[in-house]
Design a protein around this ligand. Structure first.
Ligand code: PBG
Length: 329
């Protein structure tokens, strides 16, 4: 024994000494099939609009979106969450455009399902892209109405199912919306359309860039009377359990990175798959730091996505989906 050699029985570093060993003991694996790509769609043709706060992310017209989705499918991404950028002249306080079967979202869904029958198309159920108030519900005297909003959301989900959506994803945080959506879908015969519920959706500053993308920022106040308080995690379990009882097939935690503990807690409490949404601000922070030469953006992306998986997410919605799929190749 050399003089400097410590009499250590345990040397955890032994298992880190080579890449082959590190691969052998890796506890967490991530595959492209677990990624969901959130995409923004805008009207018109052959149009691709930059989003200032989200470098590398665009609002695509339906024709270009189809090309992007075709390319993503070739990389092994099969799930897409669609968010429409609605012209401001079509917005009103009731978000009526959300029920228009010939509107931007339903027509895009129909076109995509025709072209890519194997793609898993997920549609967002909430009023904010359609609301002149920029809120997820109907507003009266400054109050976001719950039950009136739920009525509209249920019809919106049916409109999306009729267009061909595979999963509808209520992101509004109104009470009782999952049950109302399930009943409305079943009544119309859409028993096979699933519900991915944004169950633990926090009122978060990390949604800023998304609201730029859709020009959907609230015109007054904030979303704290319906989205959750970031100081709470037991409440997330309660929300998820209520959604599951009402018929949610998948529950979601959103955002992801500041809420890894919530992902872990939910995973321990529920039996349905748990999704996590790596949101716009989480994407923007990495892109901004990379652009400023402050860190390696690719490495930060990979580490973030693995940490979300390690926390317990079964699937991840992320604007990095295409970049990550290329990395995983
Ligand atoms: C709105 C909705 C939001 C996001 C998804 N659906 C924003 C909000 O609640 O204000 C945010 C997604 C992101 O930041 O990437 N129903």
């Amino acid at each position: 024994m050399k003089l400097t050699q410590r009499p250590l029985t345990h040397r955890p570093r032994r298992l880190r000494k080579s890449s082959a060993l590190r691969e052998l003991i890796a506890e967490t694996h991530l595959s492209t099939s677990e990624l969901i790509w959130p995409v923004f769609v805008t009207g018109g043709k052959n149009s691709q609009e930059k989003i200032n706060s989200m470098p590398g992310v665009f609002r695509f017209s339906p024709d270009l979106l189809a090309k992007e989705i075709g390319a993503a499918m070739k990389l092994g991404i099969h799930s897409f969450a669609l968010f429409p950028a609605i012209e401001s002249k079509l917005k009103d306080s009731h978000g009526r455009e959300s029920l228009n079967p010939n509107g931007l979202l339903p027509t895009t869904v129909k076109m995509l399902k025709d072209k890519f029958p194997d793609a898993n198309i997920i549609t967002d159920v909430a009023l904010d892209p359609y609301s002149s108030d920029g809120h997820d519900g109907i507003v009266r005297n400054g109050e976001i109405l719950n039950d009136e909003t739920v009525e509209v959301l249920a019809q919106m989900a049916v409109t999306q199912a009729r267009a061909g959506a595979d999963l509808v994803a209520p992101s509004d945080m109104m009470d009782g919306r999952v049950g109302a959506i399930r009943r409305a879908l079943d009544q119309e015969g859409f028993t096979q359309v699933g519900i991915m519920a944004y169950s633990a959706k926090y009122a978060s500053a990390f949604y800023g860039p998304f609201r730029d993308a859709l020009q959907s920022a609230p015109k007054f106040g904030d979303k704290k009377t319906y989205q959750m308080d970031f100081r709470n995690s037991r409440e997330a379990v309660r929300e998820a359990q209520l959604d599951i009882r009402e018929g949610a097939d998948i529950v979601m935690v959103k955002p992801a990175l500041s809420y890894l503990d919530v992902i872990q807690t939910l995973k321990a409490h529920v039996k349905v798959p748990v999704a996590a949404y790596n949101v716009s601000g989480e994407y923007a922070m990495i892109k901004a730091a990379e652009a400023a030469g402050m860190l390696d953006g690719t490495k930060a992306m990979v580490e973030s996505l693995y940490s979300i998986k390690r926390a317990g997410a079964d699937m991840i919605l992320t604007y990095f989906a295409v970049e990550m799929a290329k990395y995983l190749r």
